[in-house]
Design a protein around this ligand. Structure first.
Ligand code: ATP
Ligand code: MG
Length: 581
């Protein structure tokens, strides 16, 4: 075996004594067979630098000064402007001992399309952040002995040159987290992009962490109300659940997620909206909308827009999830929206093809299922022993021409606890939100509803299913008997009641009142066009004239027969009068 060559860089050649002093540390790592090679470097006026293969030990004065400055900066930041800085710095200086920086340095073999191949970093880990000359950061995604490391770049690849140096950082990709994130718009790496100043991080969390295990969880038992009657009544979402919003483009998918965020006002929930591959202008508009409705105070927006590189779009949902976990692990309820995962899968496909992984079905790589399952598994309802926090996920998926059986949609449907299916035909006929009652489902079901909602919504789904069937059946029939006609009018009225404008969520007691009145057929006498107006007037009436009923619904969260009767009597009277006018 040939001996290990240790290169010594310094301004003056070290004498034998100095070399001897280095030996114990070096033999421990590289064996006893060591030979020194001296290389003169005039700029290194203080200290020296050692290079052994790809490992570098920097012991120069400038590096030590840099270390000290960094340490001081940390102390100054930690002080938060309070107290006297001088004694602290003195103390730091006295207790400070320089550390030799042990680094592995590799070289760029090839670069292009946001991907760099790096050789010489044998010990780099999967997902580790590498630092390129010029400051660009990248993340390792392919570890192959023969071809070197496949690394995706988070910045502009024009600054990365072949044969330039690459340093390991020893850190996996992470995001800075703290309470200051609330109300902010950040990029996929967690840095602010909203001109509102720096965010002081409390700590860094890795973007990829294992999902909580079974023991750490408890069953879903609390509702995550969307404020949309058509969803809360029939497809209730529970805190800790994953409910997919799926539909063609421009069918109101984002609108449902935004309404749900607005509906969390005053409910002590943290909301995170992850925008993947959308136009930056749409995200700006959406941020303004949330601001106008006072929802930004408890919301974080993570944005990897269409102009961002594929690697940033790829990590954005994981970063958002890590931010969510920060709040969940401190006992908070979190709602996270991934808008949308189809674009996420496309970004990952682009990356994989560039990394020369073999394409599978529809050119997606074989692990695309795992891509989303490991993300969505991190939503949870933690047990009381673990703080009792929760993270509810609303992933969004765009279908092509309503095809829910395409590759990505079927994958995600199988991972989630249910789906809200939005249909173009309904949307264009004015039925908004365009929820398809037949194809939507919530597998957590009643466990995620209050007793009051469960009792109030009763057979709504069944009635609508009957109406739909009858409507198809009688489409071409001209003379219908009275009973059928009545059933159809009733069904039409119910569909009308479920229409809801954007940004106008209905609170719990309003939904219960409307449902009880609807199931008691109190809206039957009202013109179809006036039903939504009558619904809103009814809610106003109850809040102003019957506040005790509203209070009872909200405090008891249950609906006994007495309360139901009270609602029916009051609503009957009000709607009856409305009919007469
Ligand atoms: P994309 O596929 O482009 O992401 P999307 O499915 O997310 O679209 P949205 O952007 O939410 O759809 O909505 C499309 C349009 O429909 C928007 O202009 C929105 O204002 C309108 N819209 C959505 N929901 C409603 C509603 N309940 N009432 C009235 N208009 C609505
Ligand atoms: Mg959208």
């Amino acid at each position: 075996m040939s001996s290990t060559i240790v290169k010594i860089f310094s301004a003056k050649e070290p004498d034998e004594g100095q070399k001897k002093a280095l030996l114990p540390v070096l033999t421990e790592r590289y064996g006893s067979d060591i030979s020194f090679e001296y290389i003169e470097e005039k700029d290194l006026t203080g200290g020296f630098r050692l290079e052994v293969g790809n490992d570098v030990y920097d012991y120069s004065r400038s590096t030590r000064l840099k270390q000290l400055t960094e340490k001081w900066m940390q102390s100054v930041r930690g002080m938060d402007g309070k107290g006297d800085i001088i004694p602290l710095l003195k103390e730091e200086l006295e207790s400070w001992t320089p550390e030799a920086l042990a680094e592995q340095i590799g070289t760029v073999d090839s670069v292009g399309d946001g991907i760099a191949t790096v050789v010489g970093l044998d010990q780099a880990e999967y997902g580790e952040i590498l630092l390129f000359e010029g400051g660009v950061r990248g993340m390792t995604l392919n570890l192959s002995k023969e071809d070197g490391l496949g690394c995706v770049l988070f910045g502009d690849d024009t600054g990365v040159l072949e044969n330039s140096k690459v340093r390991r950082t020893g850190k996996v990709a992470g995001v800075p987290v703290s309470d200051e994130l609330l109300g902010r718009v950040v990029d996929a790496l967690g840095y602010p992009i909203d001109d509102m100043g720096d965010i002081r991080p409390e700590k860094y969390l890795p973007i990829e962490t294992p999902a909580p295990g079974i023991i750490e969880r408890q069953g879903v038992h609390e509702p995550m109300e969307t404020g949309l009657l058509s969803i809360d009544s029939m497809f209730p979402i529970g805190r800790g659940q994953r409910e997919l919003i799926i539909g063609d483009r421009q069918t109101g998918k984002t609108a449902i997620a935004i309404d749900t965020i607005i509906n969390q006002k005053g409910k002590n929930t943290v909301c995170i909206y992850v925008a993947i591959g959308q136009k930056a202008s749409s995200v700006a508009q959406l941020t303004r909308m949330l601001e106008n409705h006072g929802a930004m105070d408890y919301t974080v927006i993570v944005c990897a827009s269409a102009s961002d590189s594929a690697p940033l779009q790829y990590i954005a949902p994981y970063s958002g999830c890590a931010i969510g976990e920060y709040f969940m692990n401190r006992g908070r309820d979190v709602l996270i929206v991934y808008d949308d995962l189809s674009k996420h899968a496309v970004a990952y496909r682009a990356l994989s093809l560039l990394l020369e992984r073999s394409p599978g079905r529809e050119a997606y790589p074989g692990d695309v299922f795992y891509l989303h399952s490991r993300l969505l598994e991190r939503s949870a309802c933690l047990s009381e022993a673990n703080g009792g926090g929760s993270m509810t996920a609303l992933p969004i998926v765009e279908t092509q021409a309503g095809d829910v059986s395409a590759y990505i949609p079927t994958n995600i449907i199988s991972i989630t606890d249910g789906q809200i299916f939005l249909e173009s035909n309904l949307f264009f006929s004015g039925q908004r939100p365009a929820v398809n009652v037949g194809l939507s489902v919530s597998r957590v079901g009643g466990a995620a509803q209050t007793k009051a909602m469960k009792k109030a919504s009763g057979a709504l789904r069944l009635e609508l299913a009957q109406y739909r069937e009858m409507e198809v059946f009688t489409q071409f029939a001209s003379d219908l008997d009275d009973a059928t006609q009545k059933q159809i009018t009733y069904g039409k009225g119910l569909m009308q009641l479920l229409r809801q404008n954007q940004y106008s969520p209905l609170c719990h007691h309003r939904q219960v009142i409307v449902l009880v009145s609807a199931m008691a057929k109190l809206f039957v006498g009202i013109d179809i066009e006036k039903i939504t107006e009558a619904r809103d007037q009814l809610c106003e009436y109850f809040e102003h004239e019957q506040p005790h009923i509203c209070e009872r619904i909200d405090s008891e969260k249950d609906l006994d027969n007495g309360l139901r009767q009270d609602i029916i009597v009051a609503a009957g009277k009000f709607l009856g009068e409305l009919c007469l006018h």
